[in-house]
Design a protein around this ligand. Structure first.
Ligand code: M6R
Length: 608
């Protein structure tokens, strides 16, 4: 997804901008560019290739103390150098980088063209440069203030003006922007990873903010030009945490970080003595908890799968009906939401446009919204008001791994919390569940210790061109997630099914050797799963079973077994999901795929 950077200070501006853009590569992009205020005016350099190529185009002698940069992920107009940001006005005085979508850009563009403006790109962004140009007399801020009310949709933009060389201006509406505070130097980015190397002090812009960066500091106004104050925060992630730490890929590093991320997510939240989960972040009084009539979990992609696991857990431990909805569907069909509805918005990034829109929609309709996200200060966290942070640390690989298992863990904690508060589970039962949750990091580690076994299995099947994943009950969403993981990073067609659905269609896909990954750990549906495995074997397909350590009989039914520790019904799906992450990773490596940055995908999907 698009990334914005900006720098003002005495440092090497081009170096800082290019380095910061490199830190945003993980978001996915198709082109990149920078604009600098130089002695002779604005210098704009773009490339429709990777950032290394952009770097080659930047003369080493180029001096500037102010600049902005961008990585683009095409939404309006194809990926090309012309459509790459920054975009300029007719006079070449102004340069703009933008994330988001200006929904009324065609209308604005037509009007501007009638008034003589000449556009050079197909982007929606370019209207911002021309509008500011039109509104500019001698004060850039005033021109921006006159421009923003005309823009419909979402935007985060940064702007420089050659006639106002000492400033960067930035505006935010529904798309993230954060300022980095250094000593005599200031940074701007769509996420803190871009400038963490230089400073940990940050200010998150709010919707409706304009930031004015100069060498002397940063000031903020609202869209009416009234001065406002914003709080500084210290970011706890360091850059090292965002680097690979010796692993070949971020994804593998992140998979192996799960014992820690699982420990962090439960830390301080489980009280084994009282059998209570401390989740005050939910923001509900006891009366409100009693009044919950339904829970709707809203999410996309992997987060949606975590939501499905959450549904089973909530229904096992509470008396509340739960539905799970895909963000892009829910945002247009939320009429059943109202008082008594608890909306749980799951989003690792906290910036997924469809989930964010669903949250806004639900709030409008009077629902109580709780966000579960990994990103402090993200749009969804701030809009929801009530946020449970996953504390997973940065996840750079496009494929979600450690954030999935943390999301599931938060859903479990929420289910225990609500179950206790509504009197549906006893303190004794809760204590057992909490001690199981506490054992999760240790179990996760023993799954990871078998990484090389999983790699061997992956190598056996890496040449297949179709994979099926099957599971039942809590393991059904784990099958869906296993299939998503494999397809997104290895490009092999894979699909997940509820095992009971096989005979309603998917069995037709099975022929000799087609690999089927069956999650067959010990659980109340174990016997049913083994029947399904027999059905699959009767079609001569190959079965790779994920099974419990103590299950001696399964080996006779299947081709290959990958073991997970014997664990409870809630815990073992998390362990199986780690096996499937490793499996997908090793298949993708065998296939020579760019694991961390799969084609056509972005880490953070901030457009609809
Ligand atoms: O940031 P979010 O959790 O809201 O992201 C939702 C999906 O875009 C994301 O989970 C996506 O499916 C992952 N790349 C899958 O690995």
């Amino acid at each position: 997804m698009c990334g914005i950077v900006g720098y003002i200070g005495a440092g090497k501006t081009t170096e800082v901008l290019l380095d910061s853009l490199g830190r945003l590569e993980y978001r996915g992009y198709d082109s990149a560019g920078i604009a600098l205020v130089c002695e002779d005016g604005l210098e704009v350099i773009k490339s429709a290739e990777r950032i290394v190529k952009l770097r080659e185009k930047v003369p080493s002698t180029l001096y500037a103390s102010v600049g902005i940069g961008h990585t683009r992920w095409a939404t309006h107009g194809k990926p090309s150098k012309t459509n790459a940001h920054p975009h300029q006005d007719c006079s070449g005085r102004i340069a703009v980088v933008h994330n988001g979508i200006i929904e009324n850009y065609q209308e604005i563009k037509r009007a501007l063209e009638k008034r003589g403006h000449v556009f050079t790109s197909e982007t929606d962004t370019e209207v911002i440069s021309h509008l500011v140009e039109e509104n500019y007399v001698d004060n850039t801020l005033r021109a921006i203030l006159a421009t923003v009310p005309k823009l419909q949709g979402s935007f985060a933009f940064a702007l420089i003006n050659k006639d106002d060389p000492g400033h960067i201006y930035a505006a935010r509406k529904d798309s993230p922007l954060v300022i980095g505070l250094g000593e005599g130097q200031y940074f701007l980015a769509s996420d803190v990873t871009a400038f963490l190397k230089y400073t940990k002090r940050a200010v998150f812009m709010e919707d409706g903010d304009i930031a004015i960066l100069s060498k002397d500091g940063v000031t903020f106004t609202d869209f009416h030009g009234r001065e406002i104050k914003r709080k500084e925060r210290v970011i706890e992630w360091d850059l090292e945490a965002a680097e690979k730490a010796g692993y070949d890929h971020f994804m593998l590093k992140e998979i192996h970080e799960q014992p820690k991320s699982l420990k962090d997510v439960i830390s301080g939240r489980l009280n084994e003595l009282s059998g209570e989960v401390e989740l005050g972040e939910i923001g509900l009084t006891q009366d409100e908890i009693n009044g919950i009539r339904r829970v709707i979990i809203v999410a996309c992609g992997t987060s949606y799968h975590a939501g499905l696991v959450g549904k089973y857990a909530l229904e096992m431990l509470t008396d509340i009906p739960v539905t799970v909805e895909i963000g892009s569907e829910f945002r247009y069909s939320s009429s059943r939401v109202g008082p008594g509805t608890l909306i749980v918005a799951l989003s690792q990034s906290g910036e997924t446009a469809d989930t964010a829109a669903s949250v806004r929609e639900a709030i409008k309709k009077g629902a109580h919204v709780v966000a579960i996200t990994n990103t402090v200060g993200s749009t969804i966290a701030r809009d929801a008001g009530n946020t449970i942070y996953m504390r997973s640390g940065p996840e750079i690989g496009v494929a979600a791994t450690k954030t999935f298992t943390s999301q599931v863990t938060v859903m479990y904690m929420m289910a225990i919390f609500l179950g206790r508060r509504r009197g549906m589970i006893t303190a004794e039962k809760a204590r057992i569940l909490l001690s199981e949750l506490k054992s999760l990091p240790k179990y996760a580690q023993s799954v990871l210790d078998q990484d090389s076994n999983v790699a061997n299995v992956a190598r056996l099947y890496a040449k297949a061109n179709l994979f099926l994943f099957v599971g039942r009950h809590l393991n059904y969403p784990i099958a869906l997630e296993g299939a998503l993981k494999l397809k997104e990073i290895s490009y092999i067609f894979s699909e997940g099914f509820a095992a009971g659905e096989l005979k309603h269609g998917p069995l037709a896909l099975l022929t000799t050797g087609v690999p089927v990954v069956a999650i067959a750990t010990r659980s109340p549906t174990y016997e049913k799963m083994t029947s399904n495995i027999k059905e699959i074997k009767a079609r001569d397909a190959s079965v790779i079973a994920v099974a419990s350590e103590s299950d001696e009989s399964i080996a006779q039914l299947v081709d290959v077994v990958i073991r997970v520790p014997d664990a409870s019904e809630l815990i073992s799906p998390v362990l199986s999901s780690i096996v499937l992450q490793l499996f997908a990773y090793h298949v993708a490596v065998c296939a020579g795929c760019p694991v961390d940055k799969p084609r056509n995908l972005a880490k953070s999907v901030t457009v609809e």
